[in-house]
Design a protein around this ligand. Structure first.
Ligand code: ADP
Ligand code: MG
Length: 291
């Protein structure tokens, strides 16, 4: 198949996207596809018209790209693409909107408040987590333990977005679950030194450990898989998404967010989960391509 891989662009997460794209491109080539590489820029439509691919494989993290804008452009210009549609991408980019929708479907999310620039902000209770509504890679997110750090956390989050979330801190374990075309893979547990999966723990710290699959009671695992598949369904996702969870000490799961274009380097979490389920990286990429 003639496939155009779109990556990079002006997003703060563009470098990670370029790394993901390297792995995706090599997997597509191994599968015998004819691959064209496109760095996201204003010229994307002209480039696509020249190539005329059967499918556009979107490997963009953050905005623009994971937020539905590129998907919308491809809808208008008539190119088929991988993953979630414009609407789902836009919804999932916003953690506040995502949580509100999931809550109405009875899916557990952390309690919290939403604030807009200029609002008087009050903490739910300490410790709490303060985060911009629409960033990724733990950018602008802080854990606040007292008034002083809370004030700083709010200021920091407002640097990135005009809407922020103040959430109860879910003390306990961290899991992430990949869902591919509606089917949940075994949950992966993330064990960090600080108990907070921040930018360094994600991309640079060698001390972050991953348990693939996570050691869970079969009852909890079943519950988490069910919640993940329901989330995929009610948000009308497509392709491969990754859902971030926290589990409290009573084993109650909470969804933090849904990543519609998760990291795709061979070391990323979604490929790790796929491998644990017996799916090789190239087959995973093929599955996403076929959608
Ligand atoms: N309510 C919360 N309770 C506990 N930890 C949290 C909470 N919200 C975020 N975190 C921590 O911050 C990390 C990043 O938060 P997340 O909402 O997944 O945003 P993103 O991954 O887009 O930056 C999580 O993986 C988790 O370690
Ligand atoms: Mg996350």
């Amino acid at each position: 198949m003639k496939v155009a891989v779109v990556y990079g662009g002006p997003s703060p997460e563009a470098d990670i996207s370029r790394k993901s794209a390297r792995s995706v491109i090599s997997a597509l080539k191994k599968k015998g596809h004819q691959v064209f590489e496109i760095e996201l820029a204003e010229t994307i439509v002209e480039e696509l018209k020249k190539i005329n691919p059967e499918k556009v494989f979107i490997v963009l993290h953050g905005s623009p790209g994971e937020d539905g804008t590129v998907q919308g452009l491809l809808e208008i210009t008539g190119f088929k693409y991988t993953g979630c549609n414009t609407e789902t991408s836009a919804i999932c980019m916003d953690k506040d909107v995502t949580k509100r929708i999931l809550k109405t479907y009875g899916i557990p999310v952390p309690a919290g408040e939403t604030y807009f620039k200029g609002d008087r902000v009050e903490p739910v209770e300490f410790p709490c987590v303060v985060k911009p509504a629409r960033t990724g890679s733990t950018v602008g997110i802080s854990l606040a333990r007292d008034e002083e750090s809370f004030k700083r956390a709010v200021e920091e989050a407002f640097k990135y977005d005009s809407k922020i979330l103040v959430e109860e801190y879910i003390e306990g374990r961290e899991l992430t679950v990949a869902v591919i075309n509606g089917k949940a893979l075994p949950p992966v547990e993330i064990i960090t030194e600080s108990g907070f999966y921040d930018f360094d723990s994600k991309y640079t710290k060698p001390t972050t450990q991953y348990k693939v699959p996570a050691e869970l009671t079969s009852r909890l695992e079943e519950r988490i898989r069910k919640i993940s598949e329901k989330t995929f369904k009610v948000l009308e996702c497509k392709g491969a998404v990754r859902i971030d969870f926290r589990i409290d000490k009573w084993n109650n799961p909470y969804i933090l967010e849904v990543n519609t274009i998760p990291g795709m380097t061979e070391r990323s979490l979604l490929p790790k989960a796929a491998r644990a389920a017996g799916m090789e990286f190239e087959d995973l990429i093929e599955e996403i391509l076929k959608g």
